[in-house]
Ligand binder design. Sequence first.
Ligand SMILES: [Zn+2]
Length: 327
Amino acid sequence: MNAVPAFAIQSLRPRILERRARLEAAAEALPADYVNDLLCEIDAALERIDAGTFGLCEVCHDTIEAARLEQNPMVRFCLDHLSGEQRRAHEQDLELATRIQSRLLPPREVMAAGWETHYRYEPAGAVGGDYCELIPEGEGTGLFFAVGDVAGKGVAASLLMTHLNAILRSLLSLELPLAEVVARANRLFCESTSASHYATLACGRTTADGVELCNAGHCRPLILRGGGAERVDPTGLPLGLFCNGRYTTRQIPLTRGDSLVLYSDGITEAQDPQDNDYDEERLIRALQAQPGADARAMAGAVLSDVVRFRAARPQHDDITLLIVRRR
Ligand SMILES: [Zn+2]
């Protein structure tokens, strides 16, 4: 039995009390037994806080998923022990979240003058917290591209991912410099989400000579050129940590046949049955084993290699891989 941290519980208490006040304010206009049921639920949650059993599943006594408590402090069961009706409601939420998310993914192969792209997006569950974006810019002459990873899992993470998606799409319509896009996305993400929410993001734009890249705390993008591989270190912190975060960008020259590879840690932290990580080195080797291959073939080769490496081990994190290649 893992107890819920005391500070987390104390931060929920005022929110529960606020719900109680709102309910009482609206009580006259609502059916009395409905109000009573909700009041009982609220008071039971407050009693659980006092008794020290708050956040523990009433069936297995294990800790209830933190993200679910955060969204609804009244929950009494872990995901494994929902009633039939609650389980159906949860499954409907998942289904809807899956639909919302799949509509937000970019088209399969976005092309721009002189560039080809290919991405693979494979959530570990029904929905993912990874973010993947490809948007043509400048009337088809350029591209904006991004891969990100929202902290957390499940529906909560997938909704944060849709939030990040909306923020970036709105900012891109303003035609700002890349560093400014990321700085403002960070500010908006900070101001509109709770303090425990953050996202890593690697994003960029194609330029006349190559790409401009910003890495907000994301796993290091890879530049494949002239038979070698170069890693791009972070140029800023993850989004959502500090409202006044600063971001810089790097200009990276790419010529014909060179590629930029963005990915999420679902690839580099995939584990084999002996607990070894797939890691950056193996990713680079898998990419370099495909000289002259197009973006789609490179992505396919990496994903097959990850599956081979994992062997009997199930996928435990979302996987995203995006390749931008100069033709
Ligand atoms: Zn349980």
